[in-house]
Design a protein around this ligand. Structure first.
Ligand code: PMP
Length: 441
């Protein structure tokens, strides 16, 4: 008799029968996770995995962090009302802390439930404030899946519709690895991108509302422009009153190691006008938000744009998580452990032609895989995910051609865990290289 399908397999069948086709699942046999602790998660069969993807950066600090669990349980047992119509102590305190951390003068904070919604709110603010629906965005960018956030998402394959409520002009600066930009020095690259920006502004119809950009492109494959690119853009934009929206959904809270926010690698001409965040701040609870100067935030005439806008439970979680990550200097940990991990990955990659590049900022490392002819190798990335999983490691993938392994563990990763994960990645990449059959002698 055929073996009985595992619990995860039958759940997979039910998932496919009832959920939309486009809701992608990782792995040939999708994972059902049952619990986690620290940097590890367990599946329904009891197998343990080291988590190098942090639930796509949502488990920012650690799985089942007792401080966050306690805050959630206490708040859930007390009151669960969800409306921005009443005062919430945790919400006000979290907003105060984020406002002062944001670097934006006279900052106001508005909470949402996702990054998409945060960008939606930012675009609503920018277009209203500037009375324009023209937006500048980066090629290869990802900002979410709502009608307005797909309209500024640079890659067609991440946009479920080509219809758009915004007039978007796409700029160079997101990806540099191929084409004429690859050969330029950092300074030349920045100058070329600024010239492109000026050219685009010349093609716009009057007012442009804002530039929206990720300091390090996340879904786009962890690609970062040279430090200072957005400062150079900012100078051009500020002269025309155009706002700068920094999408910090992946780069916020110290993930990049050297900085608390990604924009700080581009700080020479000051902070952005608007900053958006989400994912990790709730350590798994659903929080997003937008920070803006009061003058920009207060340009809306509606009296509220959300029922949730945070909730007592998610706000308590966010506050406990933020407190933990600041008290334990997880930004410093991201710098130190992330630096070691990226160095290790570079050493591993040196002998493997299947790896075109290892790039990283803090605990955000991308490993770009190519075929022997140098073209993108999405099949190698899929294979790497399967092999790593078999060895007990979860990683992600991304990039325009889905050929970049994305490594973004919880920020509390230890050196021993970084080494354990790197050893698995080494075996995995060797196996992938073997499959390509082109290992260097
Ligand atoms: N901005 C960026 C940079 C992101 O990476 C994402 C999610 N991958 C989003 C926005 C959208 O966030 P969410 O999925 O929470 O809506």
């Amino acid at each position: 008799p055929a073996p009985a399908p595992s619990a995860a397999a039958s759940l997979h069948v039910r998932h496919r029968a009832v959920m939309p086709e486009w809701l992608a699942l990782y792995y040939r046999e999708p994972l059902e996770l049952t619990h986690g602790e620290g940097r590890h998660v367990w599946d329904v069969q009891g197998r343990r995995y080291l988590d190098f993807f942090g639930g796509i950066l949502t488990t920012m600090t650690a799985h089942a962090l007792p401080e966050v669990t306690k805050a959630v349980a206490e708040q859930a047992g007390r009151i669960l009302h969800t409306s921005t119509l009443y005062l919430d102590r945790h919400m006000v305190e979290l907003a105060e802390r984020i406002a002062s951390l944001s670097g934006i003068p006279d900052a106001r904070v508005f909470f949402t439930t996702s990054g998409t919604e945060a960008n939606d709110a930012a675009l609503l603010l920018a277009t209203t404030h500037r009375r324009s629906n023209q937006i500048l965005a980066m090629r290869n960018s990802y900002h979410g899946r709502s009608f307005s956030s797909v309209a500024v998402t640079g890659n067609a394959s991440w946009s479920p519709t080509s219809l758009s409520p915004l007039q978007t002009l796409y700029l160079h600066g997101g990806v540099r690895s191929r084409g004429p930009y690859a050969a330029l020095s950092d300074g030349e690259f920045i100058a070329a991108c600024v010239a492109d920006l000026e050219d685009m502004l010349g093609q716009a119809h009057g007012n442009v509302a804002a530039l929206i950009a990720e300091p390090v492109q996340g879904v786009g494959g962890f690609t970062a422009p040279p430090d200072g690119l957005y400062a150079a853009f900012r100078e051009v934009l500020a002269r025309r009153g155009i706002l700068w929206i920094s999408d910090e959904v992946q780069t916020g809270w110290g993930r990049t190691g050297d900085h608390f926010w990604g924009w700080q690698a581009h700080a020479a001409s000051g902070p952005p006008d608007i900053l958006t965040f989400a994912k990790g701040i709730g350590n798994g609870m659903s929080i997003g938000g937008v920070v803006a100067r009061a003058e920009v935030m207060n340009c809306l005439s509606a009296n509220s744009i959300s029922t949730f806008g945070g909730s007592p439970v998610t706000m308590a979680a966010g506050l406990a998580n933020l407190t933990y990550l600041l008290e334990h200097d997880l930004q410093g940990n991201a710098r130190r452990v992330g630096g070691l991990l990226t160095e290790r990955l570079r050493a591993i990659a040196a002998g493997l032609p299947v790896v075109r590049e290892v790039r990283g900022r803090g605990l955000m490392a991308g490993v770009e895989l190519v075929r022997p002819d140098g073209s993108p190798a999405p099949e190698a990335a899929s294979l790497a995910l399967e092999h790593a999983r078999e060895r007990g490691l979860l990683i992600g993938k991304g990039g325009r051609e889905a050929n970049v392994l994305r490594i973004a563990p919880p920020l509390s990763l230890t050196v021993a865990e970084a080494e354990e994960g790197a050893a698995i990645i080494e075996e995995t990449l060797r196996q992938v290289q073997h499959a390509e059959g082109k290992e260097r002698p």
